[in-house]
Design a protein around this ligand. Structure first.
Ligand code: OGA
Ligand code: MN
Length: 279
């Protein structure tokens, strides 16, 4: 196994490993350490069955199942499908998921540690995924800005995200709403394994900052969200089928980008690893 930096500030490619085989403890310790310190890991040219994807994901911790149960794989409900493909009148996955900057499941009291996204079918152009280092974003704030927001909390809301991202769809059911109440998280969080600080924001999912007027909250959020995705902290991944990426949701944001969804098919499988309450 060999690791190579993708950018100076975030990301590593892991080569020379076939994730269909059980990963030895020593290699896994290196992978886990690389994830904690480099936030995004890319494994190319994999040929994973659903069960392989799930078992490798489990090495990182217990897996969560998504609230949109219509997009889970029947045999492996740990796998959430992102896709534009409609099969016999039924969408096989959630289309236009994550088309804005976010950290996965930040709307939960205990958001996920990481996500593992595996590319099955990818369009020849478009549909890249952008990643941004929230460690770099925090580090680049000047000290006054850091002091100002250091102890602020923001309200994350799945209903707010869903209402904006999927305005043309059926609204969430009462049961789905009950499973996703709004939650307040610190604007600045500590990586539980390295102690490093990061900015914890998000575009549509973050509704407001506690203790500020609506106007102040909106201004500050726009400022922080704008800062967080400065090209100096972001990396664009161009997918090939067989790519698996795991990202650390405690220290990054990401977003999908558009593609010609009439002409091309995209099928991606995601698993999500349980995490802790941000602090
Ligand atoms: C996700 C996500 C982006 C993409 O899987 O959580 O936001 O490009 N994906 O599909
Ligand atoms: Mn996402």
């Amino acid at each position: 196994m060999e690791l190579r930096a993708l950018t100076p500030f975030m990301g590593m490619e892991v080569r020379g490993i076939d994730l269909r085989q059980p990963v030895g403890d020593a290699d896994f310790a290196l992978i886990r350490h690389a994830l904690n310190t480099h936030s995004v890991l890319l494994f190319r040219d994999q040929a994973l069955a659903e069960a392989d994807h799930v078992s490798f994901s489990r090495r990182f911790g217990p897996l969560l199942t998504h609230v949109l149960t219509q997009f889970l794989k029947e045999a492996h409900p740990e796998i959430y499908v992102l896709s534009n493909v409609v099969d016999a009148g039924k969408a096989i996955g959630n289309h236009k998921e994550g088309w804005n900057w976010h950290s996965d499941l930040s709307y939960k009291a205990e958001p996920c540690l990481g996500s593992l996204l595996y590319a099955i079918e990818t369009p020849p152009e478009g549909a890249d995924t952008l990643f941004a280092s929230m460690h770099a974003a925090w580090d680049a704030l000047d000290e006054d800005a850091q002091q100002r927001i250091r102890h602020m909390k923001a309200v994350h809301s799945y209903a707010a995200y869903y209402g904006k991202a999927f305005a043309d769809r059926n609204p969430l059911s009462d049961e789905q709403k009950a499973k996703t109440p709004d939650v307040a998280h610190p604007l600045v969080r500590t990586h539980p394994e390295t102690g490093r600080l990061s900015l914890y924001v998000g575009e549509d999912v973050v509704k407001e900052i506690e203790g500020l007027s609506a106007g102040e909250s909106e201004t500050l959020l726009a400022e922080l969200n704008g800062h967080a995705i400065d090209p100096a902290f972001t990396h664009r991944h161009v997918w090939q089928p067989g790519d698996l990426i795991i990202w650390d949701n405690r220290s990054t944001m990401h977003r999908a980008t558009p593609y010609d969804d009439v002409k091309y098919r995209r099928v991606m499988h995601r698993t999500t690893v349980a995490g802790d309450r941000p602090f």
